[in-house]
Design a protein around this ligand. Structure first.
Ligand code: BMP
Length: 264
């Protein structure tokens, strides 16, 4: 059902986490279902990329642990640009450990992810306590944070298929307040009432792979054929000479694909 519903309509459905509602409204207002993956290695490059693509995105995805000089300056800069340009920050940390450890990885160490990332993600192979542990850590002191479960991956030969993916959906349905959706290659909204946000990496125009397992689809394949909500583009954008223009090109392609999917 969510396949033909607008982002705007879905923002106010029941069973929608607060962060998902906010994001769906933001997407509708800015007319962008593009998330840029900022896989760069310095604070300077990260903040410059955020400035350049900020108007074209609903979300910036980071890998904080690959920024050589990550620190308070990075956090403050990111927060300022996100507030000015109106996008959310998603730290692609892929938590995957026992509850006690992920709480520390989420809140402590040099990255202090809970302080600046609106959205995080986790694998559920350690069991469902990873969800409650992250939720608990996000709520003391109370911060508006949300989780994406990694239900499928884009890389060749990955093991996240079949019953594993199904179990991700089962656990998400049990935690609709905290779990906003999935990283997956297709929409997993299969039951009436499901309104999860699906974000899909492995998107690039004019490439099929990277020689290291990554597999690419086009924005149309992902949004129209697979019914997902947000495309995640890394090298396709930050690898370009004119990053601002490239982000805008991906935004337009993904937005047109969405309009075609929901119909008149
Ligand atoms: P690129 O578009 O340059 O291939 O980058 C994809 C980004 O999405 C990377 O940051 C990668 O870590 C992430 N990613 C992915 O490619 N596939 C997945 O299944 C999950 C991911 O988080």
């Amino acid at each position: 059902a969510t396949i033909t519903q607008s982002y705007q309509e879905r923002a106010s459905l029941p069973n929608t986490s607060p962060v998902a509602s906010y994001l769906l409204r933001l997407i509708a207002t800015k007319q962008t279902n593009l998330c840029v993956s900022a896989d760069v290695s310095t604070t300077r490059e990260l903040l410059q990329l955020a400035e350049e693509v900020g108007d074209s995105i609903c979300m910036l995805k980071t890998h904080a642990d690959i920024i050589n000089d990550f620190g308070p300056r990075t956090i403050q800069g990111l927060k300022e640009i996100a507030a000015k340009k109106h996008f959310l920050i998603f730290e692609d940390r892929k938590f995957g450990d026992i509850g006690s450890t992920v709480q520390k990885q989420f809140t402590a160490g040099p990255l202090q992810i809970v302080r600046w990332a609106n959205i995080i993600n986790a694998h559920i192979f350690p069991g469902p306590a990873i969800i409650t542990a992250l939720s608990q850590a996000a709520h003391k002191p109370p911060l508006l944070r949300s989780l994406l479960i990694l239900a499928e991956m884009s890389s060749a030969g990955n093991l996240m298929t079949g019953s594993y993916t199904e179990q991700c959906v089962v656990e998400a349905r049990k935690n609709p307040e905290f779990v906003m959706g999935f990283i997956a290659q297709r929409s997993l909204n299969e039951q009436p009432g499901d309104n999860f946000v699906t974000m899909t990496p492995g998107v690039q125009i004019g490439a099929t792979g990277d020689g290291l397992g990554q597999q690419y689809n086009t924005p149309e394949q992902v949004i129209i054929e697979a019914g997902t909500d947000i495309i995640i583009v890394g090298r396709g954008v930050y690898g370009a000479q004119d990053k601002r223009a490239k982000a805008e090109e991906y935004r337009v392609r993904a937005w047109k694909a969405y309009e075609e999917r929901i119909g008149p």
